[in-house]
Design a protein around this ligand. Sequence first.
Ligand code: 5GP
Length: 358
Amino acid sequence: MECWKLIPKIELHAHLNGSIRDTTLLELAGGLGKGGTVVFSGVENVILKNDRSLPEVFKLFDLIHVVTTDHKTVTRITKEQVIEDFASENVVYLELRTTPKRNDSKGMSKRSYMEAVLEGIRAVGTVEVDLSRELVAETPAVNETCNRTGKKKIFVRLLLSIDRRETTEAAMETVNLALEMRRLGVVGIDLSGNPVIGEWSTFLPALEFAKMQGLPITLHCGEVPNPKEIHAMLDFLPRRIGHACCFEQEEWEKLKKSKIPVEICLTSNIITETISSVDVHHFADLYKSNHPLILCTDDVGVFSTSLSAEYALASSAFGLVKREMFQLARKAIEFIFAGDEVKQQLEEIFASAARGLD
Ligand code: 5GP
């Protein structure tokens, strides 16, 4: 695993609330258990369960949100669990996605939720975080994954997720928030949430508006068989899609023609049984066809994985050697939502790492 940890990596599909360590969730649930808000033993069983079907995953998320959704906790999990953990994996660019949440009982609006996330990112002290274009302009370019103080450096950008349970108005509020927060590191929009809930037509007006405003969009696409929706999503021409598990021949053809990059989350797909085993995963065919793809984690906490573990799995399952895996990681630069200035800095990081590869 150590060799996969050492290569620089780009993470483009990671959900904030899916990326929390079990130990932290248990600690937070323990606190709420003492206050009588949750029954700890029930929560413990759900958190520690290893195999989870897709519907069970969404039940777990509802539970996680009960445990995490107050400003202080959102700030803490962002700082400790996500940014520091990803940086320790040698992730050099992280596009972290999260669903802005309104929670009246905690005095939380979608905006204050996002401010709590930003506070968590700014509070990171163990690694140097590059959060927005403005900060890049103030900081001299650093070509290595470590800066002059010897700290690792990670670029972090945010995607705001629209949950499929939301109304058109709520989706529009998220898009407007993303537009307002563009200068603060928000670079795009994601559509996620339980794939059997909600209609494409509900989210389309907000997604079209986002596209018109120049916000890049990624869609969770084809996690369940739904050819009509898959076709509509591909016709929308998002900048990327996630998963693409339940495609039929016609949809594969359309995808390949479109060249839309696919965020691949191997462990997530296997644990949730959207793909029966890694040997039949569509990674192999897409890779062979030279279709743009990016190896990602989805939810490192929920699926007990890491980006290095996903690289190790892909390498062993598909017979890819270190240099090929390195190229796969490097190619992801093309598909990030941040601008050319960041791409240039990432190119330099990978060029420097390539020299010490063997
Ligand atoms: P959050 O947005 O609260 O930070 O992260 C958790 C949320 O991300 C979940 O409630 C769900 O909406 C979304 N999510 C996480 N993993 C998956 C996944 O594998 N598929 C889909 N469709 N949504 C997911």
